[in-house]
Design a binder for this molecule. Sequence first.
Ligand code: ROI
Length: 172
Amino acid sequence: MNSFASSLIDVFIGLGSNLAMPTSQILSARDAIIAHNDISECAFSSLYHSSPMGPQDQPDYVNAVLCAQTHLTALQLLQFLQDIEHAQGRIRKEQRWGARTLDLDILLYGNETIDLPELIVPHLGITERAFVLYPLNEIAPNINIPSKGHIAELIKRCPLAGLKKLSTHASS
Ligand code: ROI
């Protein structure tokens, strides 16, 4: 590696879907993410079934968390994830906090805190979201979330809110 290469960063990506066969959406997104030649998967959580946070007149969600290593910058990664959302039929302008075919969020980018108009890391609301914290805890039980605290402490303060682990990664 030459001295100009950016370093390898551990990233955590949250995946969520509640439309158009959510489990298939999540598994296709995982495949698309790890098909990138500068992204290698370290771990993929179980799939979780969760009640909607926000408006209740929408279907339940399937959620998961992926851990990967990459040299991409956070903004390059964001662009790549948005391209996958669009390829899988995500239409922005949907109702705020409404149903979506696919949501890919950068939860953590190494130990960095990022505060840009287009990207805030750690993801806002991470500490209130059981559908993020529990899958994250499954694959990274020792992680410290910058400026928020240790995952074990955060989990204690976050009720399950109807979250259920699905027993299989098989598509449905
Ligand atoms: N609720 C759940 N359970 N899972 C999600 O991924 C999710 N994503 C969202 C909002 C609308 C906030 N609610 C969610 O963006």
